[in-house]
Ligand binder design. Sequence first.
Ligand SMILES: [Ca+2]
Ligand SMILES: [Ca+2]
Ligand SMILES: [Ca+2]
Length: 203
Amino acid sequence: NVPQFTQNEYRCEVPENSPAMWVCHVLAIDVDSESYGKVNYRILEGNVNNVFNIDSENGLLSTTKSLDREELPEYRLIIEAVDQNNSSYKDITVVLVLVLDTNDQAPRFTQIFITEIPEDSPVGHTILQIVATDDDIGANAVTSYSIIDQGENALPFRIDKTSGCMTVMRSLDRESQAHYMVKVKANDSAWSGRTVCYASSCY
Ligand SMILES: [Ca+2]
Ligand SMILES: [Ca+2]
Ligand SMILES: [Ca+2]
């Protein structure tokens, strides 16, 4: 009798960076008698870098190593079940494995920020927008911006922690200071990235 999988498609989830672990259980049965005939399972396609293993006798699917969501967020496996007594009796199913994100990527700055500020810029004037990238998704990629090392001679700028927009906080005087180096930090609640912005006051 022909074995048949209990589902045409199985969906399962694995958190990234987890050690080798159980993923899901696929099952092919003989629907005529509803008995669990002896079948052999194997992965036909989609086993990139052999990160999955299936127990040929019981259909238990597991990972062989930790997964990296930033490298590959989803796997689509084609799994076959073959009747042990008659190899022409077989069925296939699809197993979709979604890799769940963990916060393992720091915000990064991929450009240099340089700007010129007219000396008569009013307070509140936006001089620059700082943008960091974070390869995680969702809450793990939410970044908050801040100016670091303000020190004694506090810079005449402030940064909006959500938008990264840097604005003039008090009026500038080109004669007393024409060039500024602003150190900015982007933090995703676990990791930080830093950059330096260069601002020059101009006429
Ligand atoms: Ca990762
Ligand atoms: Ca992150
Ligand atoms: Ca991640």
